[in-house]
Design a protein around this ligand. Structure first.
Ligand code: SF4
Length: 67
């Protein structure tokens, strides 16, 4: 594996949350009163983000501090 792959892996690990963290966030969002379903896409009614994407971003937070 070359040095390019190492940096790509490092960037991925710095940006993407672990599977456990994502699962925990999705569970909280699924019970949240701000969750919205629009054209089969789950959105956060507070921040307007796509839940599937938002929960995967390591350094993002819930706008009402649920996670
Ligand atoms: S990110 Fe927070 S406010 Fe938005 S749906 Fe999830 S738990 Fe609710």
């Amino acid at each position: 594996m070359g040095i390019g792959w190492f940096y790509a892996w490092k960037i991925y690990m710095d940006v993407i949350a672990s599977d456990e963290v994502v699962a925990k966030r999705l569970k909280i969002c699924s019970k949240c009163e701000h969750l919205m379903l629009t054209a089969n896409v789950k959105l956060c009614g507070k921040g307007g983000c796509v839940i599937k994407m938002k929960t995967k971003m390591k350094h993002t937070t819930c706008p009402v501090n649920k996670w």
